[in-house]
Design a protein around this ligand. Structure first.
Ligand SMILES: [Zn+2]
Length: 329
């Protein structure tokens, strides 16, 4: 039925196109007699009609037992991909590839430890088509969305993650410059193609802060933001909200909980208590935006950064209260 309608519509369109050219055509061929003119015009019209029909008919796709016409497009649609999620593998190249290709986890892209360069451009490994769902996020939520495997692209980066020594001191491992170049090019391209909002470029620890710590405190969020990739608070806004407090001054836990929830950390408790879930979520936020101190404590700088982000990306501006006082959300 749809295919039949389309055929008529397409052929009519072609005839109209031919007819509109008719007058020009006739003017140029004034030396021809009427019979010749009609003959040439008829042939031209037939050719245009046939080519028009043939072109448009190709938009009707034959499938198993039916045809699908692509003649019309709805204006109400958007991309399924809304988030870009960064991970580290905590494995070497070989184990990362083996795990991500043979086990029950996957990612759309894998960036090796030392990406091969071809024509000065890094080679990344695409393991899953972008229109397919990769299994990288697990139980997750961000800014009102859950199960982010459904709506995200995942990038895994080969990096050891961290090691703890006998005294409990944690060492994080930096990403290589070639990896950072690859991350930047890949993220920029994906975010442009899917029109992903800056604040929807996130880490695994942002969307699953109780379970995950990747891509870790050395992931180059600030460098990417300086290249126009991803969210970052504006320094003057942070200073305004810091309101001359010491960055390490304690802030009200309930205020920080509310701010982080407003920004996207949906699962953070709202109880005013620095419980384990709150501390892990604040630490995830700090790994992203304030990696110098990821203790998970609610301090004034963390609160000011959160306020600056909420203002910039959620459009909520809050009054700055008297110096030294933590202001309410
Ligand atoms: Zn991960």
């Amino acid at each position: 039925m749809i295919a039949g309608v389309q055929k008529i519509t397409d052929c009519t369109a072609s005839v109209e196109y031919s007819a509109s050219n008719h007058s020009l055509f006739m003017q140029k061929k004034i030396t021809m007699d009427t019979k010749q003119k009609l003959k040439v015009f008829a042939a031209a019209m037939l050719a245009l009609t046939l080519s028009g029909c043939a072109t448009r008919q190709a938009e009707t796709e034959e499938r198993d037992g039916y045809f699908a016409s692509h003649a019309f497009k709805a204006s109400a649609q958007n991309e399924r991909v809304r988030f870009l999620v960064m991970h580290y593998t905590a494995l070497d190249d070989k184990e990362s590839l083996k795990t991500l290709t043979q086990q029950q986890v996957s990612a759309h892209y894998l960036i090796p430890k030392d990406p091969e360069l071809r024509q000065d451009k890094p080679v990344v490994l695409q393991l899953v088509d972008e229109n397919k769902r990769a299994w990288h996020a697990g139980v997750s939520s961000w800014n009102g969305r859950t199960n982010l495997n459904d709506s995200s692209i995942g990038i895994e980066i080969v990096n050891p993650g961290y090691t703890d020594n006998m005294l409990g001191h944690r060492t994080w491992y930096p990403f290589g410059e070639k990896q950072i170049a690859a991350i930047a090019a890949l993220a920029k391209d994906i975010m442009h193609r899917y029109q992903i909002a800056p604040d929807n470029l996130i880490g695994h620890s942002d969307i699953a802060p109780l379970r995950k710590q990747d891509p870790g405190k050395l992931f180059p969020w600030a460098r990417l933001a300086a290249m126009g990739i991803g969210a970052w608070p504006d320094s003057p806004t942070v200073s305004r909200y810091l309101a001359s407090r010491s960055p390490s001054a304690p802030a009200e836990v309930g205020v920080v909980q509310a701010l982080l929830k407003q920004y996207g950390y949906d699962q953070i408790p709202q109880n005013g208590v620095l419980d384990q879930a709150t501390q892990k979520t604040i630490s995830a936020f700090q790994m992203h935006f304030r990696p110098d101190d990821i203790s998970g404590n609610a301090d004034a700088e963390t609160e000011a950064i959160a306020r600056a982000l909420v203002e910039k990306y959620r459009g909520i501006t809050m009054p700055v209260l008297a110096k030294g006082k933590a202001n309410a959300v």
